[in-house]
Design a protein around this ligand. Structure first.
Ligand code: PBG
Length: 329
């Protein structure tokens, strides 16, 4: 008798029905958050060169995307404003105007499609003339505590406009506790905080900075506040602090190059973890597809499933609508 393997793992892979039956993870439109860029005007669509296929939309177009999200089963959209140049300043005070572009977009979305969640970014970079996420001192250092004071005000105007989730992406120390306290005092008990707890100083953010118009403005880099890509233990400390301060959910960013961090956070803390498939990751897939190195749709679905496998509850991705269409086809 010829010898044979006692276990044949290929047996359950041999047909499509069996592969479906044995899938350990699932990917559905409900796993996706769709980031959208907002611009001034009416009837405006501005394509972003370094993000082929992604545009900035004026508020009416944002509302149309909100309806599209609802129809595709995408539970939540994330908003980022491209603030007109004349409204950017050293102190980013435009972030505190209850009628700024961001707040108008939030209100319009919540009026038109209240069943779709709206996530807003808390950080000053779309509003500052120097492109940093906070206030800068004479030496060019982003100062922590005075920045946090401004972020509190920013989160409050967003919550008052109707934001369902505020997502501080600034990496200042202590801001989650301050924002939570301000939201509670303001009566916004059910406004969630998704903390960008482990956000790395990354070369993958380039196209995003084009999209919000901060790339050309940015002086220096963000390494004094965003994390060093060499570090993982430090990410766990960031997450522990943000959870203790009242964060509801945790975000890791960028995504694919940091899935080890996602898994470590999930295993250690057993809380909902999200990851951001950032602009440079999107651009990488587009570049790959453009030269015929890979199949776009397959790359999109494989990368998104990788986030789920690593432990993500959901993924922020510019592919959200595209992926949702692929998944419901
Ligand atoms: C800044 C912010 C950035 C992104 C989201 N919020 C860029 C940065 O930190 O410079 C990047 C998202 C992306 O690249 O898609 N507050």
């Amino acid at each position: 008798m010829s010898s044979y393997p006692a276990v044949r793992l290929r047996r359950t892979r041999a047909s499509g029905w069996s592969r479906r039956l044995h899938a350990e993870n699932t990917l559905t439109p409900a796993d996706l958050i769709w980031p959208l860029f907002v611009t001034e005007g009416q009837g405006m669509e501005e394509p972003i060169k370094s993000l082929p296929g992604v545009s900035r939309w004026s508020v009416d177009g944002i509302v149309a995307r909100g309806r599209e999200a609802r129809d595709l089963g995408i539970p939540c959209v994330a908003l980022f404003p491209n603030t007109p140049a004349h409204l950017r300043s050293d102190d980013g005070r435009e972030a505190l105007d209850p009628d700024n572009l961001m707040c108008r977009a939030v209100r319009a979305l919540k009026d038109a499609v209240p069943e779709v969640g709206v996530l807003t970014d808390v950080a000053l970079d779309p509003y500052t003339s120097h492109g940093h996420d906070g206030l800068v001192d004479a030496a060019g250092y982003v100062v922590n505590d005075t920045t946090a004071d401004v972020l509190i005000g920013q989160a409050l105007v967003q919550a008052e406009a109707g934001a369902d989730i505020v997502a501080p992406s600034d990496m200042m120390d202590g801001r989650i506790g301050l924002i939570r306290a301000a939201l509670e005092q303001g009566g916004h008990h059910n406004v969630q905080i998704m903390s960008y707890a482990a956000k790395y100083a990354s070369a993958f953010y380039g196209p995003f900075r084009d999209a919000v118009g901060s790339r050309g403005l940015l002086k220096g880099d963000k390494k004094t506040y965003q994390m060093d890509s060499a570090n993982a233990e430090e990410a766990l400390r960031e997450v522990a602090l943000d959870l203790a301060e009242g964060a509801d959910t945790i975000m890791v960013k960028p995504g694919l190059p940091y899935l080890d961090i996602v898994r470590a956070v999930k295993t250690r803390f057993e809380v909902p973890v999200f990851a951001y498939q950032v602009s440079g990751e999107y651009a990488m897939i587009e570049a790959s597809a453009a030269v015929g190195a890979g199949d776009r749709d397959a790359l999109v679905l494989e990368t998104l499933m990788a986030f789920k496998r690593a432990g993500c509850s959901g993924v922020l991705t510019y592919y959200a609508a595209h992926a949702a269409r692929l998944l419901s086809a």
